[in-house]
Design a protein around this ligand. Structure first.
Ligand SMILES: *[C@@H]1O[C@H](CO)[C@@H](O)[C@H](O)[C@H]1NC(C)=O
Length: 289
């Protein structure tokens, strides 16, 4: 027979939602007089289900033999029920124990509601962390006109979150793929929702995120870059053309000036005997050459 499951009741604070008291124990005098196997795993799990804060609470104690749940106490029924045939004798045995049943029926208050208050006090229950929302566009295939828009919400708690894609203000359903939630390891989660789409000029995409931490949904917008980048290319070209013309004009004028100087110098006839002796002429020549 199973031992009386005191384990779940003895540890009020640490294990609330899922209490696992893994225990290797002997089933003494198992039915049919069969010897139990040399190794087996017996577990009991106490679960508190809070359906509306502490308004509606359901307490379950599951008894698991190896990987199979064989019997459970259900506070909604106020007794044990067998889940498999193997659990029937145990369920009957525990149900006949008036003191133990009384004790288990009080667990919704003593164990569940009490610890709910404790966890609320240390902000485990009621904890809220706002998501950070970003959009990152990627091209799966450079040849394809399709773009993959990835909306990432990260750093939020609790897990429940509503992430949706809007195209020009309307919910987009096609080409949407939801990623699995990831645990950041610091009591926050992240989740990605992908949209594969063919953006056209003027389209406005938005990723809208609703979460318990937010008073109103957060919306992040994205517009196709093509129109923007075309405009910036036009500007670059225009500025380049203006600069080019300006440099050409300056260069041309310098060239013409030097050409003029050159022709003046070469056409200037100096008296042979004054060559190299006339300072004004030397200055003029050095300046031009
Ligand atoms: C949840 O509990 C509150 C009281 O705390 C009650 O006003 C509300 O109606 C309940 N909601 C549901 C869905 O039962």
């Amino acid at each position: 027979m199973w031992g009386r499951p005191m384990g779940s009741a003895g540890v009020p604070l640490l294990l609330l939602l899922l209490l696992v008291v893994g225990a290797l124990c002997r089933i003494a005098g198992s039915e049919g007089g069969k010897e139990p196997p040399a190794h087996f795993l017996a577990q009991d799990k106490g679960e508190c289900h809070f359906l509306n804060g502490t308004q509606r609470v359901r307490y379950l104690v599951r008894y698991i033999y190896d990987r199979q749940e064989i019997a459970r106490f259900d506070s909604d029924l106020g007794k044990f029920v067998a889940v498999t045939e193997l659990g029937q004798p145990a369920a009957d045995y525990w149900d006949s124990d008036k003191v133990y049943m009384q004790y288990l029926r009080a667990e919704v208050d003593r164990f569940c509601r009490y610890n709910y208050g404790v966890l609320q006090g240390i902000h485990v229950i009621g904890r809220r962390a706002k998501p950070t929302v970003t959009i990152s566009p990627t091209k799966a295939d450079p040849a394809s006109p399709n773009t993959i828009l990835l909306c990432t919400a990260t750093g939020f708690y609790p897990l429940e979150i509503d992430i949706r894609w809007l195209k020009n203000g309307r919910p987009e359903k096609e080409g949407v793929a939801f990623g699995e939630e990831l645990q950041n390891g610091d009591w926050t989660y992240q989740r990605q929702v992908m949209l594969e789409t063919r953006p056209e000029r003027g389209d406005v995409y938005a990723c809208q995120v609703g979460h318990a931490s937010l008073e109103a949904p957060v919306t992040v917008q994205w517009e196709p870059r093509s129109s923007n980048s075309a405009r910036s290319k036009l500007w670059t070209g225009a500025v380049g053309a203006v600069l080019g013309v300006a440099f050409l004009a300056v260069g041309l004028s310098l060239y013409l000036k030097s050409k003029k100087g050159e022709s003046l110098a070469t056409s200037f006839q100096q008296p042979a005997d004054q060559a190299g002796k006339h300072p004004a002429y030397d200055r003029m020549k050095n300046g031009w050459s």
